[in-house]
Every structure is written in structure tokens, then in C-alpha cells.
Design a protein around this ligand. Structure first.
Ligand code: GSH
Length: 209
């Protein structure tokens, strides 16, 4: 199996942590998004979306989305479980995971893409050029705070984001919070459950991936 990755990007990190938690062997190819390698003819032949992660199976089949890749890894190697032990748990975990991607990574991404000089004319992934927008940068920053507050509320009710144990929902929430931190977002100290959960999840060996 070959993972097309970029070590500084959030969605590939979700997949890297799943690989590490499950101890699944694979090779990695770095696609340097800062250098524009996602637009190269060679990578466009891998995916017309020009995004990472992509998982290429030994059969040649390619999986083009982080959630689909994590689901595939779970089916291939069910232990340790990251998507629950039954359909109900899986649905709850996925509902939090998808929320983390849309509202956490999505918020930090909106801020990053509209504020960072690295992302000039790259407000959206893909070949089309989209100019940056100051209002969207501000909105992304505000959405990061809202996400952190809502995550705190979830963690007041549940020790883990997805329910009874560590899961994909904790992985994507960690990636979302760390991505926001790279934009100088610091969750307020009053968000105590979030702070404790973040320390607990960060201490797992796989989180260094
Ligand atoms: N829904 C996709 C989103 C993939 C995505 O947007 N990846 C970003 C990195 S986190 C990317 O490749 N961006 C390319 C670019 O910014 O040009 C997934 O979860 O895998």
C-alpha cells in the first residue's frame, strides 16, 4: 500500500495516525503542497482532485478521501477498533468525525487559506485559482473559537469525542485543534475538559505521526 501524503497538512495526518494506531505497514510518498506538486501531471494522474491523502492499494485501486481510507483500514485490520464495535457506535463516531472535519479542520482551513501568504490565490484546493478574502479569514478564526467551545461541551458529557473509548473522532478532533493552534489559536484555559482531553490524546504514540 502506498500513501500519498504531505506531512504538514491536516487530512493526511488523520490517516497517518490511523496507520500508526493499527501498526499497518505501508510506504509513503510526500506530495509537497507548498511547492505545488499536487498540480503536477504525475499527481493529477493519481487524482484529478489534486488533494492528499490518497491511498493506492497493491491492486492499483486508489482511495481519494481520508474518511474512506480510515474506513478501509478499519475493515482490513479491525483491531484496535477506531470505528466502534457495532453499527450504532460507528454511526456516532462518524457523526463526530465528520463534524470535526467540517467545523474544526474546515474553520482552521478557512482561516489559513484566506490569511496565509503561502495560500495566495489558493482559497480552495484544486486547479482553479481563488483569491483570498479577509472576511473569510476572520470568519474562519471566529469559527475556530466556536468549534472549541462546542468540543468542550461534548467533552463535558463524554470523556472521548466519539463515545466510550478512543476513536477516529478523537483523532480528527486532535488534528483540528492542532491545525488551529498552528494559526496561533489557543483554546481558552476555561475550556478545561478540552485541555485535559488534548493532553491525553497528544500523549498517545500514534499522535506524533
Ligand atoms: N475530503 C478530503 C479533503 C482533502 C484535502 O482537502 N486535502 C488538502 C490537505 S489537508 C489538500 O490536499 N489540499 C491541496 C491544496 O491545498 O492545494 C479528505 O478528507 O481527504
Amino acid at each position: 500500500m502506498k500513501l500519498y501524503d504531505f506531512r504538514h497538512a491536516p487530512n493526511p495526518r488523520i490517516v497517518r495516525i490511523c496507520f500508526a494506531e493499527k501498526g499497518i505497514e505501508h510506504t509513503t510518498v510526500q506530495v509537497d503542497l507548498r511547492a505545488g506538486e499536487q498540480y503536477s501531471p504525475a499527481f493529477r494522474a493519481v487524482t484529478p482532485r489534486c488533494t492528499v491523502p490518497v491511498l493506492e492499494l497493491d491492486s492499483g485501486t486508489r482511495i481519494l478521501d481520508s474518511t474512506a481510507i480510515c474506513d478501509y483500514l478499519e475493515t482490513l485490520c479491525p483491531e484496535p477498533r477506531l470505528l466502534g464495535a457495532n453499527p450504532e457506535q460507528k454511526a456516532v463516531i462518524l457523526s463526530w468525525h465528520l463534524w470535526n472535519q467540517a467545523e474544526g479542520i474546515g474553520a482552521a482551513g478557512e482561516w489559513f487559506r484566506n490569511a496565509s501568504p503561502l495560500m495566495k490565490d489558493r482559497r480552495r484546493p484544486g486547479l482553479e485559482s481563488w483569491g483570498q478574502n479577509e472576511l473569510l479569514a476572520k470568519r474562519g478564526q471566529q469559527r475556530c473559537m466556536l468549534y472549541a467551545e462546542q468540543l468542550e461541551q461534548r467533552l463535558q458529557k463524554s470523556a472521548w469525542v466519539g463515545g466510550d473509548g478512543f476513536s477516529l473522532a478523537d483523532i480528527s478532533a486532535l488534528v483540528a485543534v492542532d491545525f488551529a493552534k498552528r494559526m496561533d489559536f489557543e483554546p481558552p484555559a476555561a475550556l478545561t475538559q478540552l485541555t485535559q482531553w488534548h493532553a491525553r490524546v497528544s500523549a498517545r504514540p500514534g499522535s506524533a505521526s
